[in-house]
Write a new protein. Structure first.
Lengths: 59, 875
């Protein structure tokens, strides 16, 4: 289900922020985002490889 | 640009990209599996769970590829492959398209190469630096590029340090060696060599000492072309003697042909200006001034122009008392073989040719569009299948357009090949007069820009002939029609109307082009028979600047000369200046020629009514005019122009004493003294023929003469120069110094030099008036031609379609305005002497009709051979 309180493009920003901290595989980035958000944000496994990923982040 | 680079990198590192993508997704699954395994799942379940969570890997891969633009390239490659297959399958279409479009593109590319070379210097060998010509503008806004010796010295002194200047005499002709061969050379100052930046192939260059008068035989430099022609490539030529105009010169060196600078003709020799004979008061030495800027750019041009302004007051002092005084000196950048002023004179002709060639390309595109539409009918099922399989209309249109671009690109390649091969041949053909005279034309060649131009034209052509058929053949109705009665014989599409329109347009434009071309040829042929109102074979032209009563009296004494008249501009010598005139409240413009009282007698021109000018009127500048027939009708439509007055706003009122025959452009002749003379009594056998002389007149004529070198170079005077009669008298007459202006001693060579200089002496500048060219036509003829054009346009029959069906009325209605509009346009830009020609208006359309019928007969017969039972069974 789409999370209503997250703006479209949130994942892009999160990924950019996560990758700015150092090179990492896609799976590692997901882990990093979850860790940084103290498990508040959960990202679908395939979301990184999709073009439209607006509804892939769950708060 | 960076996007293209990215695309390029992505495409060429495709394998790496794919492997990295696979590796990334595999790593993702493995890492997730390990995590799941650590959370308690067994390995197989963890693997399965990880794969399910990740989702469809192939879809992700596709999305990644799309994000990198690889899909676009991939589909383009697929389209290209499919297009190539389709073209290979349909060889008839491919070959026709290549031939039609290739020839049309080659014609346009040839024009491109010529324009680039002559106007912009592309593909020609030229001085390395930024070359500028020094141009003087007088108070009337007229420009000139020739300077007297004193003027040139002052300009040279002003620009020293900023610009490498050189004196370049206009042109020299002389008998070289003992062979009597005609040679073309230039007199240059020593700094010319610095300006053009050449090093000698053998021997040395001319030195600054040779700019001053020298003692002993002067030195001459040969170009490679001159060395070949004058010395048959003799390796021992340096040090040998070359006789030029009766004077021995020593060959000091050989320079490459690049020493010509921007000259459209390669000079065969260069002589230092110190060896120039002294000028006289009547005949001063005139120089061009040019050179290379220290660095390219507008800034340097402005710096030179600013430096030159300091000499303007001095030049005005020199010209005190003369009508034309320098107002401004400018450094004008020279890029092509023609100077900017000469190039602007040619721009009209270039525009006409460009329009004609553009129309040829348009006809070719219409032809191909029609063929493409016919193909679309044949490919109806293929397109319908693609549409029904889910391909979007845009995708199918893209594929069809890719096919068109492929054809056009191949045709562009063919066009480039043809153009490159034909450039030299065409240049030799256009300038064959130069070659016939034994001179070499500066070679031009196609440079890399021809490929850019060809590709640009190819894309435009591909869109022109491919877009409409692509859109037409992918319309929704097509797929419906295909579903409804796929493959039905004779299934009618909307494309049929488009096809008909294209055929009509194609034939109409072809007809207009052919008729106009035929008319031009016919006009050229019939120009000699045009009634002029006078006999041009009995009229000679002699240029004097300025014309003086002394010259006139002397010319009258020449045996064989019946009458001498001074005139501002000769009949058949180009456009006359226009002035505004007013009759009552009516304002109009009229062309004006300034003549003296003997003009009508000299030309034996009958007056239709009234009288000519009286001597008193011409000497006192009385305000009287003789109107041409057409002008009289136009200004005084109610008739009876004699005795009436009209107003020239800048001058006041003028009386009309007479009306001349209207053959001379309907011009108006005004009584005043001009600076040219017309002699009656000379016969053709005494004439010096064809030297591009029509372009030269008066002061501005000198500039035009330079253009004449490029477009209609002069024939050697040795051929056909009379030894007796008025021409000889003229030469003798010119050789004598004027009583009022005793000149410095004249050397023998001066005659030859003068002969080559436009507008400076009588010697060999006298010539019969020529009828060449297309200097306008009387108004009734225009009307007649328009009527003819309308008749032909209305009478033309576009061909039937592939089955040879008769043509409907609608096609004629579409073709007629197009025909008319184009013929009207062409008539406006190409004034013609004759508007009716049987061959143009009857034979050409008939021949085109036969061609059209023949072209449509083959498909018609093929269609007729189809067995109806087979077709019905298939249906």
């Amino acid at each position: 289900m789409p999370t209503p309180n997250l703006l479209p493009g949130t994942l892009d920003v999160l990924v950019l922020k996560a990758i700015s901290l150092g090179d990492e595989h896609g799976y590692g980035l997901l882990q990093r985002i979850q860790r940084m958000s103290r498990e508040a944000l959960v990202i679908e496994q395939g979301a990184l490889y999709r073009r439209s990923s607006g509804s892939s982040v769950k708060a | 640009m960076s996007g293209l680079r990215w695309l390029w990198r992505s495409w060429f590192s495709r394998a790496r990209f794919e492997s990295e993508l696979d590796e990334e997704l595999a790593f993702h699954v493995a890492a997730r599996r390990d995590d799941l395994e650590r959370s308690g799942l067994d390995r197989a379940a963890a693997e399965r769970q990880a794969r399910i969570e990740l989702g469809m890997r192939e879809t992700y891969k596709d999305e990644c590829r799309q994000a990198r633009g690889l899909t676009l390239l991939e589909s383009l490659a697929i389209d290209l492959r499919q297009g190539a297959r389709s073209l290979r399958r349909d060889r008839g279409f491919t070959l026709t398209a290549l031939a039609v479009l290739g020839i049309a593109l080659a014609a346009n590319l040839l024009l491109f190469v010529f324009v680039r070379a002559y106007l912009y210097g592309g593909g020609v060998s030229a001085p390395r630096g930024a070359w500028v010509d020094i141009v003087a503008e007088d108070e009337q806004g007229r420009t000139r590029v020739l300077f007297t010796e004193e003027e040139a010295e002052r300009v040279r002194a002003a620009a020293r340090g900023t610009l490498a200047l050189s004196y370049v005499e206009i042109e020299q002709r002389a008998a070289a060696g003992t062979t009597g061969r005609v040679a073309y050379g230039r007199w240059v100052s020593a700094d010319y060599w610095r300006a053009v930046g050449v090093t000698p192939l053998a021997g040395r260059l001319l030195t600054a000492e040779e700019d001053r008068a020298n003692i002993g035989p002067p030195a001459v430099l040969l170009t490679r072309a001159g060395w070949r022609r004058l010395f048959a490539s003799d390796p021992q030529a340096v040090g040998k003697t070359l006789v030029l105009g009766g004077r021995a010169h020593v060959v000091a060196g050989i320079v490459p042909d690049e020493a010509k600078g921007f000259d459209p003709v390669i000079p065969q020799y260069f002589v230092g200006i110190g060896a120039l004979p002294a000028g006289t008061v009547d005949e001063p030495r005139l120089f061009e001034i040019g050179g290379t800027l220290p660095r390219p750019g507008k800034e340097a041009e402005r710096a030179v122009t600013a430096a030159l302004q300091t000499v303007v007051p001095g030049l005005r002092e020199l010209a005190a008392g003369q009508r034309s005084r320098v107002r401004e000196l400018r450094a004008m950048r020279r890029r092509g073989l023609l100077a900017a002023s000469d190039a602007s004179q040619l721009s009209g002709a270039v525009l006409v040719i460009a329009v004609a060639f553009g129309l040829v390309l348009l006809v070719a595109c219409a032809n191909l569009a029609n063929l493409s539409l016919s193909r679309a009918v044949a490919r109806q099922r293929e397109i319908a299948v693609r549409l029904s399989l889910g391909a979007g209309r845009a995708r199918v249109v893209r594929q069809l357009l890719t096919e068109s671009v492929l054809v056009a690109t191949l045709a562009a390649g063919l066009g480039v090949g043809l153009a490159v091969l034909a450039v030299r041949a065409l240049q030799n053909f256009v300038f064959r007069i130069v070659s016939d005279a034994g001179l070499d034309v500066s070679p031009i060649a196609a440079d890399g820009w021809i490929v850019v131009a060809a590709l640009a034209l190819a894309v435009v052509a591909a869109l022109a002939f491919g877009l409409a058929p692509a859109l037409q053949s992918t319309m929704r109705e097509l797929s419906l029609a295909a579903k409804r009665d796929a493959g039905a014989f004779g299934g009618r599409l909307r494309g049929e109307m488009l096809r008909r329109l294209l055929i009509v347009g194609q034939v109409a434009v072809s007809l207009v082009l052919l008729v106009v071309a035929s008319l031009l040829v016919a006009n050229g042929r019939h120009a000699a028979t045009l009634p002029l109102g006078f006999d041009p074979e009995r009229v000679l032209d002699a240029g004097m600047t300025p014309a003086s009563p002394e010259w006139m009296r002397r010319l009258e004494t020449i045996p064989g000369v019946a009458e001498v008249s001074a005139v501002s501009q000769l009949p058949l010598a180009g456009d006359l200046p226009r002035i505004a005139v007013r009759v009552g409240q009516t304002e109009a413009t009229s062309r004006v020629r300034v003549v003296d009282e003997r003009f009508f007698a000299a030309l034996d021109l009958p007056l239709l009514a009234g009288r000519g000018f009286a001597r008193a009127e011409t000497t006192r500048g009385a305000r009287v005019a003789v109107l041409g027939e057409a002008s009289a009708r136009r200004l005084f439509p109610e008739g009876a122009a004699i005795g009436r007055t009209f107003e020239v706003p800048a001058r006041g009122e003028e009386d009309v004493p007479g009306s001349a025959a209207g053959d001379l452009r309907g011009g108006r002749y005004r009584a005043r003294r001009g600076d040219r003379m017309v002699l009656r009594g000379a016969r053709r056998e005494h004439a010096v023929r064809s030297r591009g002389a029509r372009r030269r007149r008066g002061r501005s004529g000198r500039r035009a003469g330079r253009a004449g070198r490029a477009s209609s170079p002069r024939r050697p005077p040795a051929r056909g120069v009379p030894r007796s009669g008025p021409c000889r008298g003229l030469r003798a007459c010119a050789a004598q110094p004027l009583a009022r202006a005793p000149a410095r001693p004249v050397r023998d060579r001066r005659r030859d030099r003068r002969s080559a200089r436009p507008g400076r002496g009588a010697d060999e500048r006298h010539r019969p008036l020529r009828r060449g060219g297309l200097p306008g036509q009387p108004a009734p003829a225009r009307v007649r031609r328009a009527r003819r054009a309308r008749l032909v346009a209305g009478a033309h029959r576009p061909p039937g379609d592939g089955l040879g069906r008769p043509v409907g009325r609608s096609r004629i209605l579409v073709g007629t305005p197009l025909c008319l509009a184009l013929s009207l346009f062409l008539r406006a830009v190409v004034p013609a002497l004759r508007s009716f020609d049987l061959a143009s208006y009857a034979v050409v359309p008939a021949a085109l009709a036969v061609l059209v019928v023949a072209a449509s007969a083959v498909p018609a017969f093929r269609a007729a051979r189809v067995d109806p039972s087979v077709v019905l069974r298939e249906d």
